[in-house]
Design a protein around this ligand. Structure first.
Ligand code: BG6
Ligand code: MG
Length: 211
């Protein structure tokens, strides 16, 4: 396969921040008397803050005004930011540094395709921002599972979607990659991707044999 770009999701692929997202949602929901079961975590992965609060409201079967939803999101975001406040390069998941250096060495372009509005400060804290040729702004495109964020990254990099390999830990993210016509690498388990690996170390080992 010809590979022109690697497109990375952030939360749960580059660093273990998806647990922090869910922990924060759970805590805020609790203060509203809602008990979020752990089984809901998987359906909140990869989707925007707004879509997450809508899903929670639907799950709990409650009526929240727009102001109350905004307050719910703001409190969750403040909690999330506290949880990742101390993140540093030690919080990179296995294989991240290696695969980024591998891409550089093979002139494979690198894009960040995260749904998170906290992505830029987080990759700065992780000290990997300089690797990225493009960072897509999630506020400007429809949320995953729509393909728009991935397609925007390919367009800005000047590469064809079919020559992009994208990495995702979320069901919504894998759906977005496939809808974009790219090769999907799932990180984790139970993902309907072209390949599924436990982490980027294993993904790198496979990709090394393809370039
Ligand atoms: C995704 C996470 O990367 O970003 C979701 O998987 C999160 O859990 C989403 O809701 C939006 O993040 P933020 O930081 O903009 O609230
Ligand atoms: Mg993710």
């Amino acid at each position: 396969m010809e590979i022109d770009a690697f497109l990375f999701d952030l939360d749960g692929v580059i660093t273990d921040s998806s647990t922090a997202h869910f922990k924060a949602w759970k805590a805020v929901a609790n203060s509203y008397g809602i008990d979020l079961p752990d089984s809901l975590e998987v359906s909140l992965k990869g989707i925007s803050r707004r879509n997450s609060v809508e899903k929670i409201v639907q799950y709990a079967n409650i009526d929240l005004s727009e102001d109350a939803k905004q307050a719910f999101m703001d409190t969750k975001n403040a909690m999330y930011q506290d949880l990742v406040a101390e993140y540093n390069p030690d919080n990179l998941l296995p294989g991240v540094q290696t695969i980024l250096e591998f891409a550089r060495a093979h002139s494979i372009k690198i894009g960040l395709v995260s749904a998170s509005k906290n992505a830029v400060p987080l990759i700065e804290a992780l000290k990997i921002k300089a690797f990225f040729d493009v960072i897509v702004d999630p506020a400007k495109h429809p949320s995953k599972p729509a393909p728009d964020l991935f397609l925007a990254a390919a367009k800005r990099l000047g590469v064809a979607p079919e020559n992009c390999v994208a990495f995702e830990d979320a069901i919504a993210g894998v759906q977005a990659i496939k809808a974009a016509g790219m090769t999907a690498i799932g990180i984790g388990e139970r993902l309907d991707a072209d390949y599924v690996f436990a982490d980027l170390t294993a993904a790198h080992a496979m990709l090394e044999t393809h370039v």
